[in-house]
Design a protein around this ligand. Sequence first.
Ligand SMILES: NC(=O)C1=CN([C@@H]2O[C@H](COP(=O)(O)OP(=O)(O)OC[C@H]3O[C@@H](n4cnc5c(N)ncnc54)[C@H](OP(=O)(O)O)[C@@H]3O)[C@@H](O)[C@H]2O)[C@@H](O)CC1
Ligand SMILES: Nc1ncnc2c1ncn2[C@@H]1O[C@H](COP(=O)(O)OP(=O)(O)OP(=O)(O)O)[C@@H](O)[C@H]1O
Ligand SMILES: [Mg+2]
Length: 347
Amino acid sequence: MALPAGAGALLAGAAAVALLSAALVLYELSPDAVLQRAFSLHKAHSIKDMENALQLVRNIIPPLTSQKHKGQDGRIGVVGGCQEYTGAPYFAAISALKVGADLSHVFCTREAAPVIKSYSPELIVHPVLDSPSAVHDVEEWLPRLHALVVGPGLGRNDALLENVKGILEASKARDIPVVIDADGLWLIARHPALIQGYRKAVLTPNHVEFGRLSEAVLRDPGNGSDRREAVRRLSRALGNVTVVQKGERDVISDGEQVLECVQEGSGRRCGGQGDLLSGALGVLVHWALRAGPEKTNGCSPLLLAAMGACSLTRQCSRQAFQKHGRSTTTTDMIAEVGPAFRSLFEA
Ligand SMILES: NC(=O)C1=CN([C@@H]2O[C@H](COP(=O)(O)OP(=O)(O)OC[C@H]3O[C@@H](n4cnc5c(N)ncnc54)[C@H](OP(=O)(O)O)[C@@H]3O)[C@@H](O)[C@H]2O)[C@@H](O)CC1
Ligand SMILES: Nc1ncnc2c1ncn2[C@@H]1O[C@H](COP(=O)(O)OP(=O)(O)OP(=O)(O)O)[C@@H](O)[C@H]1O
Ligand SMILES: [Mg+2]
């Protein structure tokens, strides 16, 4: 499987120029028609790259056997949940379980904990995030966690963010992979040094979060027409941290390669879909890193994990929309995680 650095973009660019010249000379096509063909060609390359990557994602999924004990397929922690936001950490944590993690923990504030517990008996909920001993309390659990998802429903309270800084430092010191989303990205925009050069970090910004990060790191909102290049630049400036820019297409880069997830989703834009993505990504990052280079064929494990999580989220959205149309909510999407996972990765 070949996904060499920037090859897709280079090929698409070269092909577009060739097409442009040939078409103008031979068929006297209008520039609009030629551009449309160039875009189709580019899309075809994105789809091919995506399919190749999804083939490798299938390789990293651990088999379900009777030889395993509870916990081996993933113990994931979600850091988030405060007075205002209890849904976001729940969506992330339950999605991690539904994708295939064995245990899912939520580290949230004291008052958010009973609310999150009441949504599901399947989550382990720690009311520690606003405690003076928050960093120590989470640190005690770190040796038992395979990945952390930092930010869904965290809020922007300074004292909480200070605690999360300490949790991030402790996670890095233990080499634990971290997915950073939502208000975790707000913290990174203020303190990019927190994850600078940490190769086990994946950032999952939406449109607004990407602009904020790009402005903070590159002094440029990165909202020009070339999204692939903007994402690659941000990743590179952060020391090759993997960046997933969510949107109409999800653009994923580790500063070298750029992949695009063009899996069909739906037109529904209800809140919480990004939380589902970040929770799913927490598990897939763990699986991809554990799989080893022979399974990932030398491709970046974090890029593959990101492609897997983006495709899965969009497929959930598509399936839920087929059933519920305009009334689709993130809860409906979570109910589709199992069937969507099977159709994408186990068919
Ligand atoms: N049920 C829950 O508990 C949920 C809780 N959540 C939690 O909320 C917290 C804050 O997260 P966030 O995403 O609302 O904050 P942020 O990125 O500042 O966006 C704010 C504003 O930016 C805009 N905007 C957004 N996207 C855009 C786009 N693609 N393109 C263009 N504009 C866009 C839009 O504003 P508009 O301009 O439309 O008024 C939007 O309102 C965080 O902790 C998160 O986890 C959510 O996870 C949802 C479910
Ligand atoms: N315009 C779009 N067309 C199709 N899919 C989209 C579009 N925008 C976002 N998505 C998909 O929706 C999912 C969530 O992305 P979004 O940008 O809504 O994240 P978010 O704002 O962080 O969500 P949340 O409400 O959970 O915070 C991703 O899988 C992304 O691919
Ligand atoms: Mg979000």
